[in-house]
Design a protein around this ligand. Structure first.
Ligand code: ATP
Ligand code: MG
Length: 373
């Protein structure tokens, strides 16, 4: 602890006062001692402290002075130590008041030993965890606000179109039946887009909760991927993309929620086809390790910019170009995929360079959840 000038002054005064008290005590005891001795030996003339000892080298008084001096030093040190402890306590109380007034970044600025040190350490831990909790709370609040803003924005856009086109029909502002059908068609598409958003949003809030129940079964992942290959083959061919499935084993049995994983792969595959600009190759690889399986979905074509790569898994995030080309997604697909993978205690990440863009998933082969069936 750093002592202030005031502290130092107080300590100095304390030392002087203590020294004086001990000195007065010494004088008092000398007088009492003299009185008692004169009373016992009435014909004694010499002063008592000056009584010569047999050795004649040191006077008794010198011994007494030495002893009293030592005692004074010990008493002063003891009193000062107590005083310093008291000062530390006062400083701690002052600092605590300061922290309690909202200066949560402030810390008690000195290291202490012993119990007091432990108390200060506990206080620091308490303050840090309170600050963390408050920040977390604030982040959740902010993310809720963002969610509402994004949802309202994404709902408002198609809704405005629907109202616009239905308004035209209502006011009979169409030339013929063909135009009428065109207007209803647009309104229908926009309504479908809205319904998709609501469904995605519902799914997203559901899988985001850690407590979401999974329907775990043991199934052959290779078979599931083969089914997906069949489903996406046509789409890929139409876009001039070659679809490849490569597996390390003929059968890879894993314990997982098959339906939810299909949701993940569906999004990764449709993303690859939708956003893989100039892509000619779409590839799924599955590789079995001791306790986990790695599945990668990759495509060649234009790379995802480095700074977008980090944000891909954030809800509503869409790389700017895909937003402007109106490819129609909500930006929730990867956020949902990440939540689903994490519910399975797995990980998902994206890599992208000029050669290929890959989404890589690691899943444990055995689930921690109880097997249904
Ligand atoms: P949704 O999946 O909800 O319909 P979305 O596809 O836009 O909407 P995500 O699946 O979360 O949302 O993808 C987020 C963004 O990541 C996409 O908008 C796209 O910009 C980018 N992206 C995803 N996969 C690829 C890919 N293979 N190549 C290039 N960009 C991609
Ligand atoms: Mg998507």
């Amino acid at each position: 602890m750093k002592l202030t000038r005031k502290d130092k002054g107080e300590l100095f005064a304390e030392a002087i006062v203590t020294g004086m008290i001990v000195y007065f005590f010494y004088l008092g005891s000398e007088i009492v001692f003299k009185q008692v001795l004169f009373y016992a030996f009435p014909n004694l003339k010499e002063t008592i402290w000056g009584l010569k000892l047999a050795t004649n080298i040191y006077s008794f008084k010198n011994y007494a002075l030495f002893f009293v001096g030592l005692l004074t030093i010990i008493v002063i040190i003891w009193r000062l130590k107590r005083r310093i402890k008291q000062m530390q306590l006062n400083h701690i109380i002052e600092d605590l008041h300061y922290i309690a007034q909202g200066h949560y970044e402030h810390r008690i600025p000195f290291a202490l030993k012993g119990d007091m040190g432990k108390v200060v350490e506990s206080i620091h831990t308490l303050v840090s965890s309170t600050v963390d909790a408050m920040e977390e709370e604030r982040a959740i609040e902010k993310s809720k606000d963002e969610l509402i803003t994004n949802v309202s924005h994404d709902i408002r856009t198609p809704l405005t179109s629907i109202i616009g086109y239905l308004g035209l029909i209502e006011d009979k502002q169409y030339k013929n039946e063909e135009e009428l059908l065109a207007y209803t068609h647009v309104a229908y598409l926009k309504a479908k887009q809205m319904s998709l958003l609501v469904e995605d949003l519902f799914e997203y809030t559901k899988v985001r909760q850690r407590s979401t129940p999974l329907t775990i079964t043991k199934f052959n992942l290779v078979q599931l991927l083969e089914q997906l290959e069949v489903e996406f083959q046509m789409d890929a061919e139409q876009k001039g993309v070659t679809f490849n499935l490569e597996v390390s084993d003929l059968e890879i049995f894993i314990e997982a929620d098959a339906e939810k994983l299909v949701r993940v792969f569906n999004n990764l595959l449709s993303n690859a086809l939708k956003y893989g600009k100039d892509a000619t190759l779409l590839e799924i690889k599955a590789q079995k390790f001791d306790e986990q399986v790695m599945i990668s979905v990759s495509n060649n074509g234009a790379a995802i910019p480095e700074n977008s790569l980090k944000m891909l898994f954030e809800r509503f995030y869409r790389v700017e170009t895909s937003r402007s080309t109106e490819t129609g997604g909500t930006g929730l697909g990867l956020a949902i995929a990440q939540s689903i993978v994490e519910l399975h205690d797995g990980t998902i990440h994206a890599q992208s360079n000029e050669k290929k863009t890959a989404f890589i998933i690691y899943l444990p082969i055995k689930s921690k959840e109880i097997l249904k069936n």
